[in-house]
Write a protein that binds this ligand. Structure first.
Ligand SMILES: Nc1ncnc2c1ncn2[C@@H]1O[C@H](COP(=O)(O)OP(=O)(O)OP(=O)(O)O)[C@@H](O)[C@H]1O
Length: 245
């Protein structure tokens, strides 16, 4: 279980305020909101990449709030893959395993397995600049999975892809999530992606959570006008009392 309690981030011109969220192990949790709502900041705070003003983050019972990023047992995949440009596909995937000698005893085998699993074994000697968007995201996913993270953080991993590749990577994420029984937290501004992938979600607006819960609950029972508008849920017509008809 992942427990974010009372998380606040204060920047000069923006703040994330008192966010509390709970994710169960095995959830595909989507943090959905408009551009500039603070989604990436929440992800970066979980990864230990931005300082937090208040709150705590617990990952499967361990308080990781003050641990350095490399000790948090989580991995991030960004929109553009953020691969190391000077390393081949194979070396990119192997990169994080340098620190994981205890947890991953046969790193070479793990890299070969992941390249096969993600359909990129034929690209192992290529550099990122020669890859398509989908190939980059497959490599970035393999690199993230190589360290066997307790939670996979996905920062708009589909938004730079063309529609066909987006469908491919969506299916791949669904399958990997089920097969590996992973816990994933994805941020996106696209409610169709949230519906396609998430079993649970939260809507964030201007640094505050508007509503969180099972995906179907938010789509069927939006709690605020903002959530209804953002999820494209049509306004219910006010029922007219029989006497007035
Ligand atoms: N390091 C930083 N220093 C100052 N302000 C920042 C920093 N990082 C983000 N911000 C500001 O915080 C606000 C929220 O940014 P964030 O990237 O979390 O939004 P987002 O919801 O992920 O948006 P998008 O969907 O466009 O990526 C923005 O106004 C952004 O300019």
């Amino acid at each position: 279980m992942i427990d974010i309690a009372n998380l606040s981030i204060r920047l000069p011109e923006f703040s994330v305020q008192h966010i509390s969220l709970t994710m169960e192990s095995g959830d595909f949790f989507v943090l959905l909101g408009p551009t500039g709502a603070g989604k990436s900041l929440v992800l970066e705070a979980m990864a230990g990449l931005v300082p937090i003003a208040t709150g705590s983050i617990r990952l499967h019972g361990t308080d990781i709030t003050h641990l350095p990023p490399e000790k948090r047992d989580l991995a991030i995949v960004y929109q553009d893959g953020s691969l190391f440009p000077h390393l081949t596909v194979e070396a990119n995937i192997a990169f994080g395993l340098r620190y994981k000698k205890k947890e991953v005893p046969a790193p070479d085998l793990q890299v070969q397995h992941l390249m096969k699993r993600l359909g990129i074994a034929h690209l192992k000697h290529r550099k990122p600049s020669t890859l398509s968007g989908g190939e980059k995201q497959r490599t970035a996913l393999a690199r993230a999975l190589a360290i066997k993270p307790k939670i996979l953080l996905l920062d708009e991993p589909l938004s730079a892809l063309d529609p066909t590749t987006r469908t491919d990577i969506t299916e791949l994420l669904k399958t990997l999530h089920q097969e590996e029984n992973m816990t994933c937290l994805m941020v996106t501004h696209d409610f169709a992606e949230a519906q396609a992938l998430g079993n649970a979600m939260a809507v964030i607006n201007n640094g505050r959570i508007e509503q969180s819960g099972p995906t179907h609950t938010l789509f069927n029972h939006p709690a605020t006008p903002f959530v209804a508008r953002f999820l494209g849920v049509p306004k219910k017509l006010k029922s007219v009392p029989p006497a007035a008809r």
